[in-house]
Design a protein around this ligand. Structure first.
Ligand code: ADP
Length: 204
């Protein structure tokens, strides 16, 4: 086999709402030259544009509930098959429960791929709740009401946090302290990915 200069990075960032996944996700994706695939962003863009998909999911997002696994999975599968995702991607917001973990494994098996690392942004519930209250005041996201925030955090703790056990068993989880200076947190993530031999495309 000849040495290849192309490196891939198939990453997943997991953390409670308000843990900073969005901010850190963009930084990681830029550094690795890969697209961010954020299901929440895709749903919100569709709602904004009034597409048929957007109409289907508006009430679900408003209530802070999860969109069906079928709909979400089909969307992700399609997105991951696009040319810019061939050499990697950073998933944010998917998979969010055990069924979606199994779905994703199937999609990746089809292209003979697997996740390289799962970045867990660790932030205590009280801290994320406080951050989300600030975001609600600043950005007025429709699902950032007190009840909406609490509901989404409950779903995270009940359905999403347990998916880390499955990935932990594969030895691909990097638990990152998500409290502190934004740049420092980015450095912590880069350091963990470097240990896994994942090579950044660009210096940032
Ligand atoms: P947050 O992490 O603050 O809840 P996201 O942007 O990740 O925000 O998601 C917003 C909403 O989009 C979720 O509350 C849910 O309704 C929907 N959503 C996003 N990702 C998924 C997913 N993987 N499965 C089902 N629903 C999802």
């Amino acid at each position: 086999m000849t040495a290849s200069t192309t490196s891939t990075a198939r990453l997943l960032i997991v953390g409670p709402q308000g843990s900073g996944k969005g901010t850190q996700g963009v930084r990681i994706a830029d550094a690795y030259g890969i697209p961010v695939v954020s299901t929440g962003d895709i749903f919100r863009a569709n709602i904004k544009e009034g597409t048929p998909l957007g109409k289907k999911v508006t009430a679900i997002l408003q209530a802070g509930d999860l969109v069906s696994d079928e709909l979400t999975g089909a969307l992700v599968r399609d997105r991951l098959s696009q040319p810019d995702a061939v050499d990697g991607f950073l998933l944010d917001g998917y998979p969010r429960n055990a069924a979606q973990v199994a779905q994703l494994e199937g999609f990746l098996a089809e292209i003979d791929a697997a996740l390289d690392a799962v970045i867990l942004l660790d932030v205590p519930r009280e801290e994320v709740f406080a951050r989300l209250k600030v975001r609600a005041a600043e950005q007025g996201r429709a699902d950032d009401t007190d009840a909406g925030i609490a509901h989404r955090l409950d779903i995270y703790e009940r359905e999403t946090a347990p998916i880390l056990d499955a990935y932990g068993a594969k030895g691909i989880v990097d638990r990152i302290d998500g409290v502190g200076d934004l740049d420092e947190i980015t450095e912590r993530i880069f350091a963990a990915l470097e240990v896994r031999g994942l090579v950044r495309a660009a210096a940032v």
